[in-house]
Design a protein around this ligand. Structure first.
Ligand code: HH2
Length: 277
């Protein structure tokens, strides 16, 4: 299974791809405010690459539950200098974590290769942009909006609804001219889901993998880990590694994490065990 596009190519059958999280925001739930200055963000990105990240995911808007949206101009001001700085300093693929085609366009122009869209093509301009630029495209499932998504989310058929959404949105991308091998899908842990929903997604991730696109998951330090264990945000690495391992065992081929080195190790063991005779 190959995931590729302009400036990047991953052989996902060989290893699990580790995406390092770089939030250039004042308010992200676990690292908000730490990398707001472009120099600090570039330095953090380079450190994650040295730790073994295969690509970096740069975001300029917190999408934590309850977060207020920022303007596209503000988002571009945050991310474009960081993308450009990392592009000058490193050869690694870069992804832009945004819901807005205008932000994605600016980040691609600054040197990004992949669009990570947590709204799963909520902006009608996103798929045509990905098609025109040959960028990679991660299509994620989200229920509602970050501001309100955790207000009592309910599903009649959780996995069925997530899979139907991902099928519909990947079809939309293909219809807009995005090539199949540019696409990856993500069930969206924590986006309009209760802790029980997140566990059910992890347990049944094979159903998402069966859709035939590479599966990415982002459990890193998320609230459901705290809800189950009582661990504060900064103490959720063990829970994160357990979730990474279970996800890889169930078919995830990409993981989005803050703690790159430990997650790469957990993913490698889970992947090798999955492939063992
Ligand atoms: N989770 C977050 C942001 N982007 N993208 C994908 N594809 N999958 C995810 O699970 C995902 C994502 C939220 O986490 P984080 O970036 O750490 O926090 P914040 O949104 O507060 O910046």
């Amino acid at each position: 299974m190959i995931w590729s596009g302009a400036g990047f190519s991953f052989d996902l059958s060989r290893k699990v791809v580790v995406m390092g999280i770089l939030n250039v925001t004042p308010d992200s739930f676990s690292d908000g405010g730490r990398f707001l200055a472009p120099e600090a963000a570039v330095e953090r990105g380079l450190a994650m690459l040295a730790e073994g990240a295969d690509l970096l995911d740069i975001g300029g808007e917190s999408t934590r539950p309850g977060a207020e949206p920022v303007s596209a101009a503000e988002e571009i001001d945050r991310v474009a200098p960081v993308v450009a700085g990392l592009r000058r300093a490193a050869a690694a693929p870069l992804s832009i974590d945004t819901r807005r085609a205008a932000v994605a366009r600016a980040a691609l122009a600054a040197g990004a290769n992949i669009i990570n869209d947590i709204s799963g093509l909520g902006d009608a301009g996103m798929a045509p942009l990905a098609a025109a630029t040959d960028a990679g495209l991660v299509v994620m499932h989200m229920r509602g909006e970050p501001r309100t998504m955790q207000n009592d989310p309910r599903y009649d058929d959780l996995l069925g609804e997530i899979c139907a959404f991902l099928v519909e949105r990947t079809r939309r991308a293909l219809a807009a001219g995005v090539r199949r091998e540019r696409l990856a899908i993500d069930p969206g842990l924590g986006f309009g889901k209760t802790p029980a929903h997140n566990l059910s997604i992890l347990k049944n991730l094979e159903r998402v993998a069966a859709l035939g696109f590479p599966v990415l998951v982002g459990p890193s330090r998320k609230r459901f880990i705290g809800a189950l264990t009582g661990a504060a945000v900064g103490e959720r690495l063990p829970g994160t590694l357990a979730a990474v391992s279970l996800a890889v065992a169930a078919g995830a081929r990409l993981v989005r994490v803050h703690d790159v080195g430990p997650a790469a190790q957990a993913a490698a063991i889970a992947d090798a065990t999955r492939k063992a005779v």
